[in-house]
Design a binder for this molecule. Sequence first.
Ligand code: HEC
Length: 160
Amino acid sequence: MKTSLIAILLVLSLTANGVLWHRMTALENRVGEFPLGQHMGVLQRYADKLWIAGETGNWELAKFYQHEMEETAEAVIDAHVMDEGFPVSKTMSTMLPDALDSVKAALNAKDRDLFRSRYTSLVATCNACHGAANHAFIRVAVPTGPSAFWNQDFTPTTTN
Ligand code: HEC
């Protein structure tokens, strides 16, 4: 009687462990599959457009790209990404939202000089993490060239 009870308990506990193991593996796979590089490429593109829009004085458009960057950063944060042992999401949550907030304040103030300095800090934030994450060779820069290659008109549609 006692032995069969122990056997039942053993089977139950093994089943529970099995279920847990299965769920953990599924979670690991999900995190492992998160396309971090693609999200970074999106951040880079929005950052580029954010600069052009800000330089053009198109504050409405600049705010749009700032917001897109916030959402992209949130997606990375929510995905709990580890990259070769480096906690990307955790680190991002302590760095990028603050830097993006300060850019937003400059956009709301429609202050070109403030925007330039906050944007430069934002770029430094991107690179600080690349350095910490053993990707120092990925160096984001403040755009210097013309915006002519974009198939997009960055000038304001209304007075903003
Ligand atoms: C919290 C850390 C962190 C922050 C903050 C961060 N990155 Fe990254 N970034 C990474 C890591 C890690 C990789 C390497 C990804 C990989 O291995 O696929 C990367 C890769 C990249 C790449 C290479 C992918 C490509 O398409 O060329 C670009 C570009 C990039 N980041 C841009 C940015 C920009 C722009 C910002 C700021 C707005 C930024 N990153 C902020 C961690 C970060």
